[in-house]
Design a protein around this ligand. Structure first.
Ligand SMILES: *[C@@H]1O[C@H](CO)[C@@H](O)[C@H](O)[C@H]1NC(C)=O
Ligand SMILES: *[C@@H]1O[C@H](CO)[C@@H](O)[C@H](O)[C@H]1NC(C)=O
Ligand SMILES: *[C@@H]1O[C@H](CO)[C@@H](O)[C@H](O)[C@H]1NC(C)=O
Ligand SMILES: *[C@@H]1O[C@H](CO)[C@@H](O)[C@H](O)[C@H]1NC(C)=O
Ligand SMILES: *[C@@H]1O[C@H](CO)[C@@H](O)[C@H](O)[C@H]1NC(C)=O
Ligand SMILES: *[C@@H]1O[C@H](CO)[C@@H](O)[C@H](O)[C@H]1NC(C)=O
Length: 580
């Protein structure tokens, strides 16, 4: 049950909140490696009649799919972009595939990378695959490309079409690319020495971006007009690609939804303690990094994937385990060679027009299982100094306890956590700001100062028929939760029904969200030009500036506001002040 919820839910912490969903979620429990039936409503027929594309790397055979508006498009799924990262290649940087010897059969879904899932869900360590979706057009002008990096805390989810379905965005004239990258220890092991400098999961993404540069033209995409977009862990990744020494010239616009690697946490050079935890969880020695790695290399990928829950405490915290590392120089190609914040402040970026966002309520629901459970309430109340730094991701130094107290004052008025609405609300806001809100806000403030390109900031506040947190009793959406904007950009058939074309508000929001992405991918500016996109006729979205920190509130209507959650974010600014 626990393992199953981990995939259904977005990150492991949602386990408690999502438990009521387990039995009826539309997860692909019928899937197996042998008989991998795609779960999306309009998956293509795998056959010799599938569309064929001849790329510089070789011929690729796909399948046909249909958008929610009934437009036929071509789907090429599960294409390997790197050598299978198995055996001696486990824990090594990705090795790109430049040529395919045979025609690639991309007519069916590839596996997800190892994570805890039911045994029937298709995962494999040989998971470095890319999916390309392109309109059925013969336009001479290549189309904008959107390269989507999936969410999941660097330890869950996948780019497969049941979690990142193309059926909404392909109603626009764009080429959509989704990918897998290695997760958890298999992707982000970092012992901080030459054996495992770290960041392999990001390097996977870079290799996929390079694949796009070489091959996307054959799919009708424009390699000179690539938008990288990501949510949560994907949003971290997007931001880091802007400052990585490995990514110059690989993209031209960027979208970061609900995630920032620049936040209240200190930067790190290694994740050695996680490597030790991983070793302990699967019975490996922990004497030194060589002993750890040699032993971890012998473990089946399922055992590593399934060990994830062992990394969390009783609150399913901390949410973020495998954070990016500033790699020390061992002669390897480094993904990150300096602190992200310094790179931004020094303008050492491949800056591009940037959309940055957070949702109105993010991880608010994290409060419920605590507030409703006497044991957890008592633990949190009596051991606040111990748990707050873990749960709210505070730097574990001398200031941690002081910060924990200040946050308790600000968000809980210094009262013990009790089973009431005020506590749930206060604790929910604290989780929201600690895990996502403050970091994103800091990122937007930094980028609008140091980037030579425009920064468009928005808050997703729309609450529709579905949400990533629904009340377990009424099944109703309560607020704009972490990942909720994705509901209107991608079909998420593992969990939600397709939003059919109708005059419902949800349907309108699909049109607006996809129009914003399309317009931004095409022009580097989300605002409408002429009458091309009537669904955006009411949108007038100014870029954010240091003196006018405006943002778009994306709700049933568009509105422009200023100084997002000023009182709350000021508390954090005082605790973790930086020179902007
Ligand atoms: C492609 O692979 C799928 C799944 O293995 C298989 O069912 C299908 O027959 C293959 N198509 C071709 C043309 O080989
Ligand atoms: C695109 O061109 C090919 C080859 O000329 C043709 O067979 C196909 O029908 C055209 N597709 C569309 C959508 O026009
Ligand atoms: C590794 O550590 C264990 C337990 O501390 C110890 O018994 C063992 O001798 C050590 N092995 C090596 C090779 O140092
Ligand atoms: C409360 O939380 C504890 C610790 O996680 C758990 O063991 C217990 O089952 C929970 N109680 C209820 C009623 O959910
Ligand atoms: C919530 O959803 C479950 C599963 O679909 C269903 O059994 C239950 O009746 C629903 N509850 C309400 C109040 O609609
Ligand atoms: C929710 O779904 C129902 C049934 O499809 C639809 O009638 C209604 O308009 C939807 N609500 C919103 C806010 O889109």
């Amino acid at each position: 049950m626990l393992l199953k919820t981990l995939l259904i839910c977005l990150v492991a912490r949602e386990t408690l909140a999502c438990r009521s969903k387990v039995d009826h979620a539309s997860i692909a429990t019928t899937e197996s490696p042998q008989n991998d039936q795609p779960t999306t409503a309009s998956s293509g027929q795998p056959s010799k009649d599938g569309p064929l594309v001849v790329t510089p790397a070789g011929a690729i055979r796909g399948s046909w799919m249909e958008t929610r508006r009934g437009r036929q498009f071509k789907a090429f799924r599960g294409i390997r972009y790197a050598e299978p990262p198995v055996g001696e290649l486990r824990f090594k940087p990705p090795v790109p595939i430049l040529k395919y010897t045979n025609e690639v059969n991309a007519s069916e879904e590839g596996p997800a990378c190892p994570l805890p899932v039911p045994p029937t869900y298709y995962i494999d360590e040989d998971c470095l695959t890319i999916n390309v979706y392109t309109p059925n057009k013969n336009s001479s002008k290549p189309l904008p490309v959107i390269f989507f990096i999936h969410a999941g805390g660097f330890y869950s989810m996948t780019g497969r079409s049941d979690l990142a379905g193309p059926h909404y965005l392909l109603d626009r004239d764009i080429v959509l690319v989704t990918i897998n990258y290695r997760l958890a220890t298999l992707g982000f092991l970092s012992t901080g020495d030459a054996l495992a400098p770290g960041n392999n999961g990001y390097k996977d993404q870079v290799v996929a971006l390079r694949w796009v540069q070489r091959n996307i033209r054959a799919f009708g995409g424009d390699p000179d007009l690539v938008t990288i977009a990501g949510c949560s862990a994907g949003s971290f990744s997007v931001m880091l690609h802007m400052i990585s020494p490995m990514t110059k010239g690989l993209f031209h616009r960027a979208i970061s939804i609900s995630g920032s690697p620049i936040n209240q946490l200190p930067d790190r050079n290694d994740l050695y303690s996680l490597a030790v935890t991983q070793a302990e969880l699967v019975g490996c020695p922990t004497n030194n990094s060589k002993a750890i790695i040699d032993c971890l290399k012998t473990k089946p990928f399922r055992e590593l994937g399934d060990s994830l829950p062992g990394f969390f405490n009783q609150f399913y915290d901390p949410t973020l385990l495998w954070s990016p590392v500033v790699e020390l120089d061992f002669g390897q190609e480094r993904y990150l060679d300096m602190k992200p914040i310094d790179a931004v402040r020094q303008g050492r970026m491949h800056a591009v027009p940037y959309i940055i966002s957070q949702t109105h309520d993010e991880f608010f629901w994290k409060a419920f299982p605590i507030v409703q459970n006497k044991t957890l309430r008592d633990t949190m109340n009596s051991e606040w100094d111990h748990y707050a730094p873990i749960s709210f991701q505070l730097a574990k130094d001398d200031t941690a306890v002081i910060s924990a107290h200040k946050l308790r004052q600000a968000y809980l008025k210094d009262t013990p956590i009790a089973e009431n609405r005020e506590c749930a609300d206060g604790l929910g806001k604290l989780y929201a700001d600690a895990l996502i809100g403050f970091g994103v806000h800091r990122l937007a403030n930094l980028m609008c100062r140091h980037s030579p390109h425009k920064v468009y900031y928005y808050q997703f506040a729309y609450v529709g028929n579905h949400s990533h947190y629904e009340d377990p009793v009424t099944n109703k959406s309560l607020a704009a939760s972490h990942h909720d904007d994705l509901i209107y950009l991608f079909t998420l058939s593992y969990r939600f029904p397709t939003i059919e074309v109708s005059d419902s508000t949800d349907s309108l929001i699909v049109d607006r969200m996809t129009a914003v992405w399309f317009n931004f991918a095409k022009y580097g500016d989300p605002n409408p030009r002429g009458n091309e996109l009537p669904e955006l006729s009411t949108l007038q979205w100014p870029a954010m500036t240091p003196t006018a920190p405006k943002y778009l509130k994306f709700d049933k209507q568009f509105s422009i506001e200023e100084n997002m959650f000023e009182d709350r974010f000021n508390v954090w600014e005082e605790l973790y002040s930086i020179q902007y």
